[in-house]
Design a protein around this ligand. Structure first.
Ligand SMILES: Nc1ncnc2c1ncn2[C@@H]1O[C@H](COP(=O)(O)OP(=O)(O)OP(=O)(O)O)[C@@H](O)[C@H]1O
Ligand SMILES: [Mg+2]
Length: 284
């Protein structure tokens, strides 16, 4: 196949050639909420098996991009493919191939870990014969087998996040979307989640798309990061490359500040902050 190098006219980002197998591909992806352009002509490609970090200020549009990629929100303009399928034309086929952990907590505290997984298994249409095996494997993989029969309301924040990832991987998705998977977690719990994410990629070849506000986390965990600011994708590349472009001593924090202006959110209003805090508080 001919390599078709396209360039996003707005950002100048070079998109990967078409022959690279891309787990996620967007072209000029745009979402407007009335007068607000939440996502503005974002073009990006995420190769299969990559851990990709979508970074940027509060209100930059990260969650909105993820909601379009997971078929929860319809794009206003542009297009997006996940696992080679158009998110607008084939939403059901896309849903079968992806997992999603939202920014808000989604596990039910009144149920046990096992019961939460059973609900997810039914939702994902995993047949009765396969359910027990898929659930046992996900529990083992996320190191939750010992607490499977405990109420989730007694779990620590790190255990809840790992349970949610277990729920999202039950059907063995090709692409996993994790919106702020480590917000509110202590450093040890955070590292445990990182390791599980790495293992998912290494053992199953899962492509991971995650968001985080922690630049050291993104630096350590992600193969490629993209920086968003006020709806636009400002730059994209491996952390080492983006840092080197700014100078020998640059950190990913410096890259963040360079592409997003200041570290003070310009658009993230009270609601964004309050929502993130609520998620963080519930995890404590
Ligand atoms: N359903 C909606 N209706 C109207 N505006 C919305 C809606 N969802 C998001 N927005 C707005 O779109 C912009 C992008 O929001 P989004 O949640 O995608 O940002 P984010 O990068 O995920 O921010 P954070 O880091 O705080 O999670 C914000 O200004 C937000 O207030
Ligand atoms: Mg968000």
């Amino acid at each position: 196949m001919e390599a078709t190098d396209t360039k996003d006219l707005k950002t100048g980002n070079r998109l990967p050639a078409a022959r690279t197998t891309l787990a996620v591909r967007t072209e000029f992806l745009t979402k407007r909420f009335a007068a607000l352009v939440a996502v503005n002509r974002v073009s990006l490609g995420v190769p299969e098996g990559t851990i990709f970090g979508l970074l940027g200020t509060n209100g930059a549009g990260k969650t909105t991009v993820i909601k379009m990629l997971t078929t929860l929100l319809a794009p206003t303009e542009g297009n997006a493919e996940v696992a080679g399928l158009d998110v607008v034309k084939e939403p059901e086929a896309v849903r079968r191939r992806i997992g999603y952990v939202s920014q808000m907590l989604s596990a039910d505290g009144e149920l046990t870990g096992y019961e939460n997984l059973l609900i997810s298994a039914k939702l994902y249409g995993i047949g009765r014969a396969d359910r027990a095996q898929h659930i046992a494997q996900a529990l083992k993989f996320m190191e939750l087998s010992d607490v499977a029969d405990k109420l989730v309301s007694h779990y620590s924040g790190g255990m809840i996040r790992r349970l949610e990832i277990a729920q999202s991987m039950l059907h063995r998705p090709q692409v996993l979307f994790l919106d702020e998977p480590t917000v509110g977690l202590d450093p040890v719990a955070r590292r445990a989640v990182w390791q599980r994410i790495r293992d998912l990629r290494n053992e199953f070849g899962t492509t991971i798309v995650l968001t985080t506000h922690d630049m050291s986390e993104a630096d350590e965990l992600c193969d490629i990061v993209g920086f968003m600011h006020v709806g636009r994708l400002e730059t994209l590349g491996p952390p080492a490359q983006l840092k080197a472009e700014l100078g020998a001593e640059a950190t990913l924090d410096d890259v963040f500040i360079h592409y997003t202006g200041t570290s003070i959110a310009e658009r993230g209003g009270y609601q964004d902050v309050a929502r993130t805090r609520r998620t963080a508080e519930r995890l404590e």
